[in-house]
Design a protein around this ligand. Structure first.
Ligand SMILES: Nc1ncnc2c1ncn2[C@@H]1O[C@H](COP(=O)(O)OP(=O)(O)O)[C@@H](O)[C@H]1O
Ligand SMILES: [Mg+2]
Length: 434
């Protein structure tokens, strides 16, 4: 075929053959084509380069969007800033979203191995207390987990979440009380330091095969692929893997072990956004009971239906997911600040005094700047509105000046964004001071 003087079109999965025969690759993907005037290997290298760039761009944009959404939400809650929040929202909606590289999105469907369901009661702790020597972690804790419960443990570091998870998993003795396990319970436990527990001398494949029951063997490569281990990666020793890769491997090997109650202690530490997404999707599909310890709000959102907060040696249950819990906390906090204020009108809240760092002179100056920026923003929004009317005119492109008008529109939009940012920064300064 190499000798043939005419044009050849080949469809094949045979990489070596493609490499030998072709000097141009047309990739068909997601309903479109990408044309590369390259050999097959060069094409793969090019794809990889593009993928890395796209991932970075995607991650940056996601961070930026999350930041903006946070600001918008905060501003929405404040009567004087609603209008500003709405403008920001409009701008944000217009941003062209960068898509996640497609082969990763495709890889995202994995399932935890499951076994027949447990009894109705999964685990119950009765009056559990735990001390390490003199140090009391908690006392009198009663937690009941029933089949199908999806629970999040939250709380600051050192409040006893890991301790309680280990007690439930039967890995740690307690000082008093008792733990009752239900019938037919098959529990899997992912430790906070799970990736440090991997055998350094094993290869990726060996770690998986050690864990895989017979019926899962055929799926090992698929699962590894979903966690972005492909080709020769599977022969690498754990010792040479990066922290992120070890975390992915630890998670992939956990997925192999069939269970009906899953305890995950900070599973997203070291996981990149894709692996997190893969894991979250798999957990959403998981039919067993679930207990997750995490500080990652985005990961927890919509994943659980009960939150147990660990604080000062006690626990408190909230019947909802993490967003519900945070809203509830916010309201409680606001209420207690209100109470403090009315209790003690003279010094309000201590925190407010602590963060006061700009004096009233500065404050007046900044407020003046804010008013000026707000005027600029109104004017820009007005001008943009007028131009949008012009752009919407069906005869617009017959107008000789349409290129300039388009440019003008772009530049007004850019100015608006700059002004918004300026306004945001100034508002933060003022907020921090009152
Ligand atoms: N083996 C141990 N020996 C002594 N103290 C411990 C031990 N394990 C945990 N602690 C202490 O118990 C408390 C609760 O720890 P932990 O359950 O790990 O908290 P969390 O998971 O909520 O961050 C901490 O103050 C911690 O220092
Ligand atoms: Mg912990």
């Amino acid at each position: 075929m190499i000798e043939y003087p005419g044009t050849v079109i080949v469809i094949s999965h045979d990489i070596q053959f493609l490499e030998n025969v072709c000097n141009r690759i047309v990739e068909v993907e997601m309903g479109g084509i990408n044309d590369y005037k390259l050999s097959y290997r060069k094409f793969l290298e090019e794809k990889e380069k593009q993928r890395v760039v796209q991932i970075a761009a995607y991650e940056n944009q996601q961070k930026d969007i999350a930041q903006k959404e946070k600001t918008i939400n905060r501003f929405m809650a404040s009567a004087t800033k609603t209008k500003m929040a709405q403008s920001m929202q409009k701008l944000l909606e217009k941003v062209d979203r960068i898509e996640m590289p497609s082969e990763i999105t495709k890889a995202m469907h994995i399932r935890f191995a499951e076994v027949p369901r447990s009894g109705r009661d999964v685990i119950r702790t009765v009056d559990i207390s735990k001390s390490f020597g003199e140090k009391k972690v908690f006392s009198g804790i009663n937690i009941t987990i029933e089949r199908g419960d999806r629970i999040a443990f939250v709380g600051q570091n050192g409040q006893g979440k890991t301790t309680m998870a280990k007690i439930m998993a039967g890995l740690l003795d307690f000082t008093s009380g008792r733990v009752e396990a239900g019938s037919n319970l098959h529990l899997s436990y992912y430790a906070q330091n799970q990736s440090e527990l991997l055998d350094l001398k094993s290869t990726v494949m060996q770690v998986m095969e050690d864990k895989a029951p017979e019926e899962m063997r055929s799926r090992v490569r698929n699962i590894l692929g979903s966690f972005l281990f492909s080709g020769d990666d599977v022969d690498k020793k754990v010792m040479v893997l990066s922290g992120g890769e070890r975390a992915r491997l630890a998670m992939a090997s956990l997925i192999m072990k069939p269970c009906n109650f899953l305890i995950l202690d900070e599973p997203t530490n070291h996981l990149d956004i894709y692996s997190k997404e893969i894991l979250k999707n798999a957990l959403k599909d998981y039919g067993g009971s679930l207990l997750v310890i995490s500080h990652d709000r985005e990961f927890l959102a919509g994943l659980t239906n009960k939150v147990i907060e660990f604080k000062d040696g006690y626990t408190k249950e909230y019947l909802g997911d993490i967003e519900y819990f945070l809203d509830k906390k916010k309201m409680d906090n606001m209420r207690s600040v209100e109470l403090q204020k009315s209790d003690n009108g003279t010094n309000g809240s201590k925190d407010a005094v602590m963060i006061k760092k700009i004096d009233s002179e500065d404050l007046r100056r900044i407020k003046k700047q804010i008013s000026a920026v707000e005027r600029d923003i109104s004017k820009l929004e007005n001008d943009i509105g007028l131009l949008e009317l012009k752009l919407a005119d069906p005869n617009f492109y017959e107008n000789l000046h349409y290129v300039e008008t388009n440019k003008k529109y772009q530049s007004l939009q850019e100015n608006l964004e700059i002004k918004m940012l300026e306004w945001e920064t100034l508002s933060f300064e003022v907020e921090g001071s009152v």
